[in-house]
Design a protein around this ligand. Structure first.
Ligand code: KG4
Ligand code: ZN
Length: 332
């Protein structure tokens, strides 16, 4: 079964063709980094305008890459939230038109469910597992019992981890997205130079990164001669510490032996190394998507859509995008 996935939730225009929810046939991602770089973050209006320009060529490329026509597609899966409303609107409207014109059913996918399902494009973790979704807009831990059965057991109370990366990169004078820049810079830095605060929020699996961001700002003001690579490495160490400790803590407290990572920040080198090491020490299997499947892509949306297709969960022409869409509440 072939599903065309579409994702325009944030600043990447993406379309993909996936077979049986597990084999990527084509996966095209057009990013807008150059447009937003000079602003140090995403400008929503510019993002939606660019999606309008790119959606047609990106879908076309995905279909050509798969060497198929719309008569070969069984369903169109589209992210309808959470995300930037103007961006989501482009993907949802486009999917509706394609579905209507080609008489192909449409499936509404929660973008966060897509991130969790990205692992099924490369591996088959057994249920239940703990999923850490860590991106520019979200940082949450889920207890995943099966496809479509998610319980959020922890979430950030303020900034997402990726947002903290982007803001710290900006205050250090770098562009957007900040995550890959800080990741790279940290390799040349000394993570022992300063200990930034870790919000442990004892007794909870929630996260908080805004205090850390402020601590980095105060440190750079107080020590203008400090090396940027050291500051980056110390900031990253604090983020990774909390993400790893909370994920392992959640798995241990629920008696679960599997952790799945997803979202843009799960591409982080230090996070991947640390979680692998700590999981091994705790007898936990850790599942990491390959780098191109960590950041936003439509293959993950098609993978999530496949399982909703099997359950007969289709959307209709009245589907509207939702900027706020908690996972666990994503059936339409
Ligand atoms: O999942 P994603 O592509 O989009 C959202 O759904 O938000 O995640 C984007 C976020 C950005 O904040 C970006 O800085 C961060 O992921 N990111 C990274 C890395 N690559 C991307 N953060 C840390 N290290 C990386 N290597
Ligand atoms: Zn995302």
């Amino acid at each position: 079964m072939l599903i065309l996935g579409i994702d325009t939730s944030c600043d990447d225009t993406s379309a993909a063709v996936v077979e049986d929810g597990s084999r990527v046939v084509s996966n095209i991602v057009s990013n807008q980094d150059r447009i937003h770089e000079k602003y140090g973050g995403i400008v929503p209006e510019l993002a939606s305008r660019r999606h309008i320009e790119m959606i047609l060529p990106v879908v076309d490329e995905a279909m050509k890459g798969a060497n198929i026509g719309f008569e070969d597609i069984d369903a169109i899966a589209v992210s309808y939230g959470p995300g930037l409303i103007g961006s989501l609107l482009v993907g949802v409207c486009f999917a509706k038109s394609l579905s209507f014109v080609n008489k192909v059913p449409m499936i509404a996918v929660n973008h966060l469910e897509g991130h969790i399902c990205s692992i099924f494009l490369e591996a088959k973790p057994e249920f239940p597992f703990i999923a850490l979704v860590v991106s520019g807009g979200h940082t949450s831990l889920y207890y995943v019992e099966g496809f479509g059965i998610y319980r959020e057991i922890g979430r950030t109370r303020d900034d997402a981890a990726g947002e903290a990366y982007d803001k710290v990169a900006k205050l250090l004078g770098f562009g957007y997205p900040g995550g890959p820049i800080i990741d790279e810079l940290s390799r040349k830095g000394d993570k022992e130079v300063v200990v930034f605060p870790r919000a442990n929020l004892k007794g909870s699996f929630d996260f908080s990164f805004s205090g850390l961001k402020t601590a980095v700002l105060n440190y750079t003001k107080k020590t203008p001669d400090s090396k940027k690579e050291d500051t980056a490495a110390c900031f990253q160490d604090a983020v990774v510490d909390v993400l790893v400790n909370k994920s392992i803590g959640a798995a241990r407290s629920k008696g679960i032996k599997r952790i799945v990572l997803s979202g843009g920040v799960s591409a982080n080198t230090a996070l991947r190394e640390r979680i692998k090491k700590e999981s091994l020490g705790n007898g936990i299997d850790v599942y990491l998507p390959s780098l191109q499947l960590c950041t936003d892509n439509a293959a993950m949306v098609a993978a999530a859509g496949y399982h909703r297709f099997l359950k007969g969960e289709f959307a209709n022409i009245s589907l509207n995008p939702k900027a706020y869409l908690p996972l666990g509440d994503c059936r339409t």
